[in-house]
Write a protein that binds this ligand. Structure first.
Ligand code: ZN
Length: 265
């Protein structure tokens, strides 16, 4: 945090210069972000390592958008063999400045699973059955771990969510091709489905969903968490060209420096 504060001080000084020099400064937040992150990632206003995986890989969350707007968290690659949607989040991170929401993106929640090409983490645990909400001792492909919250990835996410308390979470998976309607706010599900051009479906886990991140968050927090499933093989064109803008449009957010005429779908 010390380095952050020092950088912030420098940023503020540079911001004053920028404000004087540039005819158009979109907002103080984006100018400060540019000063902090350099021209390569103008969308990024912060970066946080929320914890480490079993194998010691950093789990990184990127802060984008505008502080003070509705807070949104996008999570991808909770299952290591469902990596395609993380391209949506990486595209947002690496693109133009984002306006209209206070956005966190976590492209690779399960880095060990991604490296190994497995659904589970390096302990062989399905992270989406490990949260302390209706946790049950499950085996096989839904191995839930020795107890609720046993995994470092689970605990890192719980800490992070308690800290940032998003109003909205979308957790991206594959390959069921649909937006879950069996959730806290069905109207939000329908809205997400419409904007992402996906069907609405009920992902009931065959009854109760044991130990899921969305279940835990929806139970403990005011905000709403929702599962979105893309198909088995969404193309890079859909993931990198179409979906990023579609996702932002769910909340009327957009990329670029000018608001007028860009807020639509
Ligand atoms: Zn999944």
């Amino acid at each position: 945090m010390g380095a952050m504060s020092r950088r912030l001080g420098t940023s503020l000084a540079i911001l004053a210069l920028l404000a004087a020099a540039a005819p158009v400064v979109p907002t103080a937040a984006t100018a400060a972000a540019q000063a902090r992150q350099g021209p390569d990632r103008p969308a990024v206003i912060g970066k946080r390592v929320i914890g480490e995986s079993v194998r010691g890989r950093d789990i990184v969350a990127w802060h984008l958008g505008e502080v003070g707007k509705p807070r949104v968290l996008l999570v991808a690659t909770m299952h290591g063999n469902e990596g395609a949607p993380r391209q949506i989040l990486q595209t947002l991170r690496d693109g133009q400045t984002i306006h209209g929401i206070d956005l966190w993106v976590l492209p690779t929640y399960n880095p060990d699973g991604l490296a190994a090409g497995t659904r589970k983490n390096a302990h062989g645990v399905d992270l989406n059955r490990n949260f302390p909400y209706h946790w049950a001792d499950l085996d096989g492909s839904y191995e839930s771990g020795p107890k609720a919250g046993s995994e470092p990835e689970t605990r890192a996410m719980m800490r992070f969510l308690r800290k940032i308390r998003p109003a909205w979470i979308v957790s991206f998976h594959q390959p069921l091709h649909g937006v879950d309607t069996d959730t806290k706010r069905p109207a939000f599900s329908r809205r997400v489905a419409r904007h992402l051009h996906l069907p609405t479906k009920s992902f009931t886990c065959g009854g109760v969903c044991h130990g899921t991140m969305t279940g835990w968050f929806n139970d403990r927090f005011k905000g709403t968490a929702l599962t979105v499933e893309y198909g088995a093989h969404p193309g890079p064109r859909q993931m990198r060209r179409r979906a990023p803008g579609q996702v932002l449009s769910i909340w009327g957010a957009f990329r670029g420096t000018w608001a007028v005429g860009q807020a639509g779908d």
